[in-house]
Design a protein. Structure first.
Length: 437
């Protein structure tokens, strides 16, 4: 990996793309520290210092925004509205025939779906911005902070609308920055911004564990967490790279006096075909009951049960439901993102077949069988990775959004591997030697 980056810096056009990407990242990080108008910045900082900014109901969204959410900055919503819009459009593609037809049209249809994703991102940003402003005005953003009621001094309608518009515009700028990285940078712009947002929480999270430790002034806890994190990174890299390759043979066809086909290839089925999306779905679904309790301010029995079992990440009920939801959404997402019948029909159309399996329906049944078999270990792996911070790292002061666990480690490793592959592919295009040297 280091060799690929060293070679990239020696290539002028790739070096220019890397520096352009770094410049966009600097602009993005500056925007995460600029507060929106109408917010008392001193009260926000006082509440952040009093409570752990990574904990609480908005911990997951705060992690994706690089800590900007709880500071209520212009990039407070970060990349989360775009991620949500992309997932919704991907799910609707299976349900709505018009979107499915656009997906099959190639580049033109993909451009249309991208435009719909942008519109939906803005709509979600308006909704999430309104919810964040309402939460900040009510003091629920920092429940245990005495200065939480003074975060938004001006309660007028004009001030509220201006705050929502500012955060929505910030989301649009973040989306634009990500597309700039994709078009003029090293590519994969949205994922890189997500990577930077999560990686920005590393130093503070690690130092907080060191300060809260008691063995050798916290250095033993610090070193243990580093070792656990390295082990998890190795495990995630191993599983993310693992795949089942289904061999495919294409029959020879005679067209005129020429012979076509007769090649061999394979269908790569990843063990973790769903990626990090099941973890995001499960986390978001578990946040809904706690969000209802927080806005209702109810003290009834059902509210107490939710606070004690679903909102508490260390409760056995929360752990069991969280694990079950991850496994369920892993199968659900794989079922809607990979269609064995469509793959079998395309293979049959171009004269391809799996050795030993008849083309058509038997091929679709075989692909479905293999996919279900490898999805089981993939879903169990996702559930175990997501629960590591709750179980193994709880004794060191870590929480469910600690950078070495759950959603964050999956995103960091996945984006890192994808970025290295893109750089290597661009290097290969520029340094292709061919048969003659």
């Amino acid at each position: 990996m280091l060799t690929a980056f060293a070679r990239a810096f020696k290539t002028p056009d790739l070096r220019k793309k890397i520096f352009f990407t770094l410049g966009i990242i600097v602009i993005y990080r500056i925007g995460t520290h600029i507060p929106i108008p109408g917010v008392d910045y001193k009260s926000v900082q006082a509440c952040i210092d009093q409570a752990n900014a990574n904990q609480g109901l908005f911990g997951l969204v705060n992690m994706f925004s690089g800590g900007a959410l709880l500071q209520i900055t212009i990039f407070a919503l970060g990349i989360m509205p775009y991620i949500t819009a992309s997932i919704i459009l991907q799910l609707l593609t299976v349900v709505i025939p018009r979107l499915e037809a656009l997906k099959k049209e190639g580049q033109t249809g993909t451009a249309k779906i991208t435009q719909y994703t942008r519109y939906l991102t803005i709509a979600l940003a308006v909704l999430q911005g309104t919810g964040l402003v309402a939460t900040a005005r009510s003091g629920s953003l920092f429940p245990n902070c005495t200065a939480a009621a003074n975060i938004v001094p001006d309660r007028s309608i004009f001030a509220t609308i201006s705050m929502v518009i500012t955060m929505t515009a910030g989301t649009a700028v973040v989306m634009w920055l990500g597309e700039l990285i994709t078009d003029r940078g090293i590519g994969n712009g949205m994922s890189i911004l997500m990577f930077i947002s999560i990686a920005a929480t590393f130093p503070s999270a690690l130092w907080a564990i060191k300060q809260s430790g008691t063995l050798a002034d916290g250095w033993i806890e610090f070193g243990t967490v580093i070792l656990v994190g390295l082990f998890m990174v190795g495990l995630v890299v191993f599983v993310e790279q693992a795949q089942r390759r289904i061999p495919v043979q294409y029959a020879k066809r005679m067209i005129g006096r020429r012979s076509y086909g007769g090649t061999s290839t394979y269908i790569p089925l990843k063990v973790n075909q769903a990626g990090v999306i099941p973890v995001i779905f499960a986390s978001s679904l578990l946040y809904i009951p706690a969000l209802i309790v927080q806005f209702s301010n109810s003290t009834a029995g059902w509210a107490s049960w939710i606070n004690g079992n679903l909102a508490d990440t260390g409760a056995p009920v929360h752990i069991a439901i969280y694990f079950f939801l991850i496994v369920f959404f892993a199968f659900f997402y794989v079922a809607i993102s990979f269609n064995p019948e469509e793959v079998a029909d395309n293979m049959k159309k171009y004269g391809g077949f799996i050795p030993g399996i008849r083309a058509g329906r038997p091929t679709a049944e075989y692909l479905s069988y293999v996919l279900n078999r490898i999805t089981w270990p993939g879903s169990l792996y996702l559930g175990l990775i997501a629960l590591v911070p709750t179980t193994a790292l709880a004794g060191f002061g870590a929480n469910q959004n600690f950078p070495f666990g759950g959603t964050s480690i999956l995103i960091i490793v996945g984006v890192g591997l994808e970025t290295v592959k893109q750089i290597e592919s661009q290097l290969q295009q520029r340094n292709y030697e061919g048969f003659l040297r």
